[in-house]
Design a protein around this ligand. Sequence first.
Ligand SMILES: O=C(O)CCC(=O)C(=O)O
Ligand SMILES: [Fe+2]
Length: 308
Amino acid sequence: MTLIVKPLDNIGVEIQGFDITRPLGEALQQQLRDLWYEHGVLVFRNQAMSPERQIAFSRIFGELELHPLKATLSDDYPELFELENGGDKDKANTAYYHGETVVGRLDWHLDLHYTGKPNHGAVLTAVEVAGEGGLTGFGDLAKAYDALDDDTKALLDTLEVVYTFNMQRRHMRYVDLDGYEPGPYSPKKPSDVRFPDFPESVYPAAMTHPITGIKVLGIVEQFLDRVATPYKAGISSDESIELLERLVAHTRDPKFHYFHQWQPGDMVLWDNWRAMHCATGTPPGVRRRINRTTIKGEVPLGRVLLDE
Ligand SMILES: O=C(O)CCC(=O)C(=O)O
Ligand SMILES: [Fe+2]
């Protein structure tokens, strides 16, 4: 197979000439891993997907992880789970944004950020494509880091940031709450959706990618709570809050973003140690189904903040 690599907007590449039904030899596997590390997001179109093929493809990039929080799709494929809009889970996932009703919108995030050990990556494949909405956004935190001025980079090297798991979006400090209203069935506490409570986790404000060694901005709006002990870095609490506001605004700059509009046969892989992602959500009643596999985070990027 000869792969053709086409840049996407701002982060990632589309890989053409790939066929998931053909044998994936060792040289091709290494090429795919290298492309993943180099570009952060890989998009494949027109693939004849099946659960077995998705699982085999995902294993090229590392051991798979069962998401600790989500029910699996079936006993046959415990590595796979289905994200569904337009079904039973809509009630809990419905909220209002400036008067508009939206199902399954997710702010910019890293998966499992709140555990101290984000998974290394994930693969999503289209099962049923939404007629309207349902985009997945990716944002390059390596590019966002590079674009900072030298003084900010130097300051970030001295700082750690704390992430706090909150079930309620309105309790998150750095997401955009303007015009937001939770839905009547939005869960109020982790146990409402059978999640455990998570202790806080802490990360370097400028992370180093464990494999590529590139610097990655460790500031992502969802669950972001505060700078840990700002006085140690010689800044006041007020300054630390203004810094996080400025950095979150920086990560929201569209020049770092690619939004994937799903088509049947699409497969998308991303590096969760470099790319934040979000979901735009769908209007009520719109069907959307995505199969997901998760590549384990064999190295912790942060740590749990207990008894420190
Ligand atoms: O539904 C999507 O587009 C993305 C959902 C998501 O955040 C994830 O699968 O980690
Ligand atoms: Fe996610």
